[in-house]
Design a protein around this ligand. Structure first.
Ligand code: AR6
Length: 178
């Protein structure tokens, strides 16, 4: 499903964040050490290969809400933005930190003049952020930054679970103007 908000395409897609060949950059739900892990980080590092972790190592550690950019190596994308989401119940305030993940990542893409970016549902796996609460944060943070963007023209949310995919779709339908 696709909708335009502020003339920027917002898309919801079910699938694997490591398999989005038409995007300039994908976002990794990283750990503080930017090391290969499970979930999204596992999928991204295994597809990118060991050169990705070699570039990541000197950039670590990062703090919750922070984002850094590397090349994509074996991924079909030119770049990866690594963002550390909050651990739900530990890193506070969770909503502000999660919001920063999205806005800092989009700002990094914009700074590099990239036109398309893909996000997984940061923090909603191992970090335990309830999906319905995370979606509310995402759909407040992202529309707020859209009027500032000149380069980014497409933002895709790549959602793994069927249930979360339908939640994203229903919220986007309410928000979209076109
Ligand atoms: N593509 C898209 N979404 C995915 C994929 C995938 N390949 N795999 C899982 N998801 P998580 P977090 C969904 O745990 O909560 C890592 O080990 C998943 O269903 O990857 O931010 C890191 O190293 C969930 O909804 O990220 C960190 O230590 C969402 O993506 C820690 O986990 C995020 O799940 C980060 O935890």
């Amino acid at each position: 499903m696709k909708r335009k908000i502020n003339n920027i395409e917002i898309e919801i897609k079910k699938g694997n964040i490591a398999d989005q060949p038409d995007l300039d950059v994908v976002v990794n739900a990283a750990n503080a050490q930017l090391a290969p892990g499970g979930g999204v980080a596992g999928a991204i590092h295994s597809k990118a290969g060991p050169n990705l972790y070699a570039e990541c190592r000197p950039l670590a550690p990062i703090a919750p809400g922070e984002a850094v950019i590397t090349k994509g190596y074996g991924l079909p994308n030119k770049f990866v933005i690594h963002c550390l989401g909050p651990v739900y119940g530990r890193d506070k305030p969770e909503d502000k930190l999660l919001s920063s993940c999205y806005t800092n990542s989009i700002a990094l893409a914009e700074k590099r003049s990239l036109t398309s970016i893909g996000f997984p549902a940061i923090s909603t796996g191992i970090f335990g952020y309830p999906a319905h609460l995370a979606i509310d944060v995402v759909f407040k943070a992202v529309p707020a930054i859209l009027p500032e963007l000149e380069h980014v023209k497409k933002i895709r949310f790549v959602i793994f679970s069927e249930e979360d995919f339908h939640l994203y779709e229903s919220i986007l339908k309410e928000l979209a103007t076109e």
